[in-house]
Design a protein around this ligand. Structure first.
Ligand SMILES: [Zn+2]
Length: 547
C-alpha cells in the first residue's frame, strides 16, 4: 500500500531514538499522523493509535503514542481520515450473499425485463430452483403486480421464486406451487388477487412458506454466500453486521467458518422464531465469541408498506378496504417474549405500520414495566402514531432504523399513508430523542450495503442523486455526529457490545476504516462518493482499495 514507504522513514527515526527505544513497548501496529474520529464519549479527535493482539492499546497524539510504543509496522497516514469500523445495525448478511447467487431483479423497469433476466439466468445455472430478488412494481409504468402466466409457459417443470425488493412479497410459478403444495388455509389470507384472480403473488406468511422451501441450501452454498457477503462488506468499511434473522443451518456454518479462520466478519445474529433456534437458546444461553454473538430473537409484527402489508391503525390512503395485518395472534408474540425474557435474550421485532408499532410497544411494556437496560428493539419503527413516541422512552425501547428506507420510499409512500400520517413516518430524529440514542442500518439487500449512503440519507434526507433539493421531512434529519454514532457506537450498544467495539478506545477491538474524505466536514454533495481505502479488523488489514 501507498503509505508503506513511510514505514522506512519512521523506522529510521526509531533507530535514531534507539537510546530510549529500550523503554518503549513493542506493538504489532502503529498508525500516526491521521485524523482519527475516535467516537469516544467526548467525540474526540486523535492522531495516532497503537495496536497489539488485535486491540487498541493506546490512542492519542502522534507524540504521545510514539513516546511509549514502537513497531516494525508503523504507518504514516499523511492526514488521512479514520473512523471506527462501520456497523450495520440491521441487515441480512447471509441473505445478501445468497441473493448474489440468484437473479438480480433490482431496478428492472417492466415485467418483460424481469422475464428476460430470469431466462438469461436459467440458461447459465443448473440449480433446482430459480431464485431471484429485487423487483419493485412501484417503479414500473403499470405499477401493477406481475403475474406468473409467462413463467408457467417458460418453466413448466422448474420452480421459480422471485422475491420483491422488500422481501415481503413473492411471485411464484405453478411448478413452485406444485412442489411446495401448501395447505389452502395456510396461504388463503396472503394471496394477492388481481382482478379477483390469484396470479402467483403472495405476501408475508404466504410468501415465507415458499422462501423457506427455496432457501434450503447445501452447506457449500451457504459458505459461498457468507464469503461473498464478507468480501463486499469489507469493501465498504463494514466490520460488524447485525443479521436480522438466521436459522441454525446458517449459524452452524458460521461457527465452522470462524473455526477454520475464513470468516472474520463480526456477526450479531438474531435468531428466527422457530423450535430449532429455541433449542439452541436452551442449550447455549447467551453465545459469544470474538466473531459471533447471539442473544436475541427476531419477530415480525407485520409486513411492508410497498405491498400494503404494514399494519396501520386506519386504512391505507390508496386502498380504503385495507389496513394490513398483524401476522400472528397475540399469544404467539407473548410466548416468544416470555421465552426471551426468561433466557435473558433481547427481542427485536419488525414493525412498520403505526398499528404494528403500537402493538409491539404495548407488548414489550407488559414485560419491561418501566425504564430498564434490556434494550428490546423495534426494527424499522417506520410509522409511529403521535401518542406512541413516548413509549420508546418510558420502557427504554431501542428504535433500529434504516435511513435509506426514507429516501427510497419517499416517492410513493405519501400515497399509501396520506398527508397526516407521513409526518410521523421515518421520524428518526424524534425517535432518537426518546432515549438519546438510536441504531442505524441498511436492511441490505433491500438497500445498498454501502453504509455511507445511510449516513447521507440520515443527514441530508436525499437520495443518492441529491433529490429532493431541500431534503425529505428535514425535521427528522440527524446531525453528522448523531449519524456517525448511529452506525458505530450506538449500533454496538444496541447489540450490548459498546464495551468491545464501536469506537477507537483503549481495550477495544482494533476495527477501523481509512477513507478518502472526511464525511464529517465534506460538502454534502461529495459524501455519497466516499471511497473506503483500507478496512482493518482486529488490527489486520482485510481490504485495500486498488486504483
Ligand atoms: Zn430486515
Amino acid at each position: 500500500m501507498r503509505m508503506k514507504k513511510y514505514t522506512l522513514a519512521l523506522s529510521l527515526i526509531l533507530i535514531i531514538n534507539l537510546g530510549c527505544m529500550k523503554m518503549k513497548e513493542k506493538v504489532d501496529l502503529i498508525i500516526y499522523n491521521a485524523k482519527i474520529y475516535t467516537v469516544d464519549s467526548s467525540f474526540s479527535i486523535a492522531e495516532s493509535f497503537a495496536i497489539n493482539d488485535g486491540k487498541f492499546i493506546a490512542v492519542g497524539t502522534t507524540k504521545e503514542v510514539s513516546e511509549k510504543y514502537y513497531s516494525e509496522q508503523a504507518i504514516d497516514m499523511q492526514g488521512q481520515v479514520i473512523y471506527p469500523g462501520f456497523i450495520d445495525g440491521h441487515c441480512h448478511f447471509y441473505g445478501y450473499g445468497s441473493y448474489k447467487n440468484s437473479v438480480d431483479l433490482k431496478n428492472v423497469k417492466s415485467e418483460e425485463e424481469l422475464l428476460q433476466r430470469v431466462v438469461e439466468y436459467s440458461e447459465n445455472n443448473e440449480s433446482v430452483w430459480i431464485r431471484g430478488r429485487g423487483w419493485d412494481q412501484n417503479i414500473w409504468e403499470s405499477k401493477e403486480f406481475p403475474g406468473n402466466e409467462k413463467l408457467n409457459e417458460l418453466f413448466p417443470d422448474r420452480p421459480v421464486l422471485l422475491i420483491r425488493v422488500d422481501g415481503h412479497a413473492v411471485l411464484v410459478n405453478q411448478a413452485a406451487m406444485d412442489l411446495v403444495n401448501p395447505d389452502a388455509d395456510q396461504i388463503e389470507d396472503y394471496l394477492v388477487l388481481q382482478d379477483g384472480e390469484f396470479r402467483g403473488v403472495l405476501i408475508d406468511n404466504g410468501a415465507d412458506i415458499f422462501k423457506d422451501s427455496a432457501a434450503r441450501l447445501s452447506s457449500e452454498e451457504i459458505t459461498k454466500a457468507l464469503l461473498i457477503a464478507q468480501k463486499d462488506c469489507f469493501e465498504v468499511g463494514l466490520t460488524s453486521v447485525s443479521d436480522a434473522g438466521l436459522d441454525q443451518e446458517v449459524v452452524q456454518v458460521i461457527v465452522d467458518l470462524n473455526k477454520a479462520d475464513t470468516l472474520h466478519m463480526r456477526i450479531y445474529a438474531m435468531l428466527n422464531p422457530n423450535e430449532e433456534n429455541k433449542q439452541f437458546v436452551m442449550e447455549n444461553g447467551i453465545y459469544q465469541t470474538d466473531q459471533l454473538h447471539i442473544c436475541s430473537i427476531k419477530l415480525y409484527a407485520d409486513g411492508a408498506l410497498g405491498s400494503r402489508g404494514g399494519c396501520l391503525l386506519d386504512p391505507y390512503a390508496d386502498d380504503k378496504n385495507n389496513s394490513g395485518l398483524i401476522l400472528h395472534d397475540k399469544d404467539y408474540y407473548t410466548d416468544y417474549c416470555e421465552f426471551a425474557y426468561d433466557h435473558s435474550y433481547q427481542v427485536c421485532t419488525h414493525a412498520i405500520g403505526d398499528s404494528a408499532n403500537r402493538f409491539v410497544l404495548d407488548l414489550y411494556a407488559d414485560f419491561l414495566g418501566t425504564k430498564n437496560d434490556l434494550r428490546w428493539r423495534i426494527e424499522h419503527a417506520q410509522t409511529v402514531h403521535e401518542n406512541d413516541f413516548h413509549k420508546f422512552a418510558d420502557y427504554s425501547i431501542i428504535p433500529s432504523v434504516q435511513p435509506t428506507h426514507a429516501t427510497s420510499d419517499m416517492g410513493w409512500v405519501g400515497k399509501r399513508l396520506g398527508e397526516d400520517r407521513i409526518k410521523n413516518a421515518y421520524a428518526y430524529k424524534r425517535l432518537m430523542q426518546q432515549n438519546g440514542w438510536i441504531s442505524s442500518g441498511s436492511d441490505f439487500p433491500v438497500e445498498s450495503i454501502n453504509p455511507v449512503f445511510g449516513f447521507y440519507s440520515a443527514i441530508a434526507r436525499k437520495d443518492q442523486q441529491g433529490n429532493p433539493e431541500h431534503g425529505f421531512q428535514m425535521d427528522n434529519a440527524l446531525t453528522r455526529e448523531e449519524a456517525l454514532k448511529a452506525m458505530t457506537i450506538w449500533a454496538a450498544k444496541a447489540n450490548f457490545e459498546e464495551e468491545i467495539k464501536g469506537s477507537i478506545e483503549k481495550g477495544k477491538w482494533a476495527d477501523f476504516v481509512v477513507v478518502d474524505r472526511d464525511i464529517m466536514t465534506a460538502d454534502e454533495s461529495r459524501i455519497v462518493n466516499t471511497q473506503v481505502l483500507n478496512t482493518y479488523l482486529s488490527g489486520r488489514e482485510v481490504y485495500t482499495f486498488e486504483k
